[in-house]
Structures are given as C-alpha cells and as structure tokens.
Design a protein around this ligand. Structure first.
Ligand code: G3P
Ligand code: CA
Length: 351
C-alpha cells in the first residue's frame, strides 16, 4: 500500500473514532462518509456521460451503474416548485425557444422562474447544446444525440421518489446530493430556494446527520445561513458541503484561516479538480496544492468535480489514471463523475 493511501486510511480511522471539533462545532464529514463507503462515487447530474443530464432516465442509469450518491442541481419555478436543472435558464437543454418563443427576457434568455411547472412539463429536454449562427451543436459531441427520444424536466420530489423507490426495490441505499443553485438570484425573484429545498428534504426524511444526503452550495454566505439559521429552525442537521470554484471569490476560502472558517459551518468541500492538481501540471510532474491536506486536517471530506472520460486534463493518460491520481495518490474522499460505471469499476478493482 502506498504511504499516502495508508496515511489517508489512518486519518479516516482516527476521525471515525474521534470526531473533529472546529470552533466548538463537531464535524460529521469523515464520520458520516466512513459509515458507508470509503470512496464515494457521486453521479454528476446522473449518468450524464450517457443520457441527457438531470433527466430521470440519467438518474436511473446512474443508480443501476452503482453510484453511491446521485446529484440534483436545483432551481425554482414561477409557482414555487423545486425542479432539477443545472441552470436557472432553460435555453441550453430544452426546446423552450420553439415552444414559448415570446417568453425570453430582454437579455434573450429563458428563465425557469418565469414558467409554471405545468409549462415546464411541456418542454423536451435534450443533451446540453450551444447555438452558433442559429445552428445547435452538442457540447459533448460523442454523447447522447440531440433531440432524440423523449425526456422531461422533473421536480426534486419526483427524483427523490425515484431514488427511494429504487432503494426499496433493490435493497440498496443510494443517497442524494442536492445543490442549491443561485440563491441570490432566487431571492431577487422573491423566492427563498434554500427554505424550499429544506422543506422537500424534510418531507422525504432527510433531516439528520446520518441520513444519506449532502447539501451543497457555492454561495458561502447562504450555506452559513442554512447551517446557522434554517437547519436549527427546522430541527434538521444534514451535512453541508461548500463548493469551491476557480474564481477570485473563492481565494479566501483556500487559505488555512479561510478553510477553518468553512469548517465552522460545513462538513465537506466540493472543489474544482483544478484547485487540487493545478494548471501547469503535466504527466509525471503534477503541481498538487495543499487543499486536500488542509481540509482533511480540519475533518472535512473532499469531493472534487468533475471527472469525465471525454474531457481529460492534459496530465492524465486516461480516465483510470485520472482516478488513480485523485483517489489513490492524493486521497480525496469521493468524486463527482459523469461516468459512474467506470468510476465504480475502478474503485472495486483498485482500492
Ligand atoms: O456540484 C458539484 C459540481 O456539480 C459543481 O459544478 O456547475 O456542475 O454544478 P456544476
Ligand atoms: Ca452541481
């Protein structure tokens, strides 16, 4: 066994037996994860390498491929339903332009929050695309073809019912990994998306630390509000994950003091993989940041994004090599992936 992996295992064992306390708050991160599986495969928007992201078909496929958790990005409809879509826009994954041609805002975009659930249900969902000169082109050319078959937008509740139904019929216990999208935007539209998401979680029994759920958000202020105000007010204790991107707004959180601050309200981090293996890395000569070490020392779990067979960083020879670097050599606790099958296979064969 490699020294880094052995050290990671030892740290996990110590943390399981002795929860870490930061600013008088006991973290549940490592403890939470170690109960189920040492390395988590989190299906990023479902099995989105194979079927259009965030469709129930993509979620069912992710489930069948053995994902441990399935991700939901969440936004709100005009009539206050929480729906599963990556953006608060509709125009890059649906035919909204054809069905409701007059409903774009002045910026030319179609906003989910301007449509009722009944209207959203009229839209066909397709593989993510971009439009150039009036011509649609798939973002990932080799994935599911555009405008084929039939896919629809689902509510958060419907997706949970799918996963919980499969848990009953298979006897497995796959978890959910919801992300609150654009809380400030929703507030500007008069909607408290965090409260709405927590209501759904509570309705479906995800309200305690040991439940199979991680709640994630990029907005640190909102995550603090959830942790310090909304969860206690609703008598809930679900684990929180602070997402971290490469933009300047995340720089402070990457410092030792910043990460300690994150650990005062969150149980884990979800960083871009570029924050761990930095730009300028080449095969055999990786520039590995201190982020994972920093987070692990504070008891935070680390779940980087996004692992894709068809979009490899230059330093990785192939998808298995990428997984080896992050899961085995660096020792992250799980990965968000568009390819749950390949990731489960790697973990079962190598770890
Ligand atoms: O939530 C983890 C990862 O999904 C963050 O990126 O943009 O795909 O939501 P995004
Ligand atoms: Ca996400």
């Amino acid at each position: 066994m490699k020294p880094i992996k052995a050290a990671g295992l030892l740290a996990t064992m110590l943390l399981v037996g002795c929860a870490v306390t930061v600013n008088d708050r006991v973290l549940v991160g490592k403890d939470h994860v170690a109960r189920w599986q040492e390395k988590l495969v989190i299906a990023h928007r479902g099995a989105s390498g194979y079927l259009p992201e965030h469709t129930l078909a993509a979620k069912a496929m992710a489930y069948a491929q053995g994902a441990h958790f399935i991700e939901q990005d969440l936004v709100m409809s005009k009539d206050d339903h929480v729906v599963v879509l990556h953006d608060h826009y509709l125009d890059t994954v649906t035919d909204v332009h054809d069905v409701f041609p007059d409903r774009a805002r002045a910026d030319g975009r179609y906003y989910v929050v301007d449509f009722t659930l009944a209207e959203l249900r009229q839209l066909a969902v397709s593989e993510r695309f971009k439009v150039s000169g009036g011509v649609k082109a798939a973002v990932f050319e080799s994935r599911f073809p555009l405008e084929k078959s039939s896919f629809r937008i689902a509510t958060f509740a419907e997706e949970i019912e799918l996963i919980q139904g499969l848990n009953q019929s298979t006897g497995r216990s796959v978890g959910i990994y919801p992300e609150i999208k654009s809380p400030a935007f929703h507030r500007g539209e008069g909607k408290d998306i965090s409260a709405a998401v927590l209501e759904v979680l509570k309705t479906y029994g995800y309200d305690e630390q040991q439940d199979r759920v991680f709640l994630q958000c990029f907005d640190g202020n909102e995550l603090q509000r959830i942790g310090r105000e909304l969860l206690p007010a609703m008598n809930m204790t679900v684990p929180l994950v602070q997402l971290l991107g490469t933009g300047p707004e995340f720089r402070a959180a990457l410092t030792p003091a910043g990460m300690k601050m994150v650990a005062s309200y969150a149980d884990g981090i979800g960083p871009s993989m570029q924050l761990i293996v930095e730009r300028g890395s080449v095969a055999g000569k990786l520039k590995i940041s201190k982020l994972v070490e920093l987070a692990h020392d504070l008891g935070l779990v680390v779940h980087p994004y996004t692992f894709r067979r068809d979009l490899l960083p230059v330093y990785a020879d192939d998808y298995d090599d990428l997984l080896k670097i992050f899961l085995d050599d660096i020792g992250v606790d799980g990965v968000f992936t568009d390819f749950p099958d390949l990731t489960v296979e790697y973990i079962e064969s190598n770890l």
